[in-house]
Design a protein around this ligand. Sequence first.
Ligand code: ATP
Ligand code: MG
Length: 249
Amino acid sequence: MTGGPDAQSERRPVIACSALTKTYDLGVEKVRALRGVTFSIARGEFVAIMGASGSGKSTLANLLGALDTPTSGELMIDGQSVAGLSSDALARLRNHDIGFVFQQFNLLPRMTALENVMLPLLYAPRGRKNGAVDARARLEEVGLGRRMDHRPAQLSGGQQQRVAIARALINDPRIVIADEPTGALDTKTSQDIMELFLKLHAEGLTIILITHEPDIAAYAGRLLRFSDGELVEDLTRRPQNQGRERARS
Ligand SMILES: Nc1ncnc2c1ncn2[C@@H]1O[C@H](COP(=O)(O)OP(=O)(O)OP(=O)(O)O)[C@@H](O)[C@H]1O
Ligand SMILES: [Mg+2]
């Protein structure tokens, strides 16, 4: 989505982790949430992450999004070792290169859809001149052009998730990490949200999507399965649910 990367940056993995571990130290007990995970993700991939509850999926998502730091191992994002980044560079990574979408939408209840989408702009170094214009365009893009002044409580779950996706996109990230984005939605609404992710993927976004549902994972071209903090399956396959969007347009 960000323009003009050179040929070398096109080829290099957008995410590469090597022997990545995360241990939560609870004093009395240590929880080994990730036990040495190695894989990489190429630019423009659409990857689903599955695994039983407690297998380390959200822990991994937090590391990949630089929201948390690994206990050991190496994580490279866009060819840069995250461990070597200054706090400014980390903040830039979180705010500009990566967009997050969560199961519970995480919208601010007193703000309108438009204001929620504009929130990340507050953290932009020099603010942004056309913030409202950009936020409106993002809301149009996710199909909410006519709901911009509604507050979250005045929107359906699917609409709230669309607002959250528009917010994740406002700074033109290269990667979107979605942690069970359809977990709180019914089947039909989930499919609509997945069609939206497919569209964003077709536009070049790298998408990492955590889900418990095989039907949802089937939208992705690659499946990573975790068990007990370990990567136990890495499957590339032909996405099963693609084509509806294309058939319509
Ligand atoms: N902040 C934390 N402090 C201590 N332990 C944690 C913390 N976050 C997660 N854990 C533990 O780490 C392990 C992995 O948790 P994680 O949230 O990554 O699992 P998950 O695969 O996302 O599960 P779910 O499908 O239920 O969301 C679990 O045993 C969990 O209890
Ligand atoms: Mg989780």
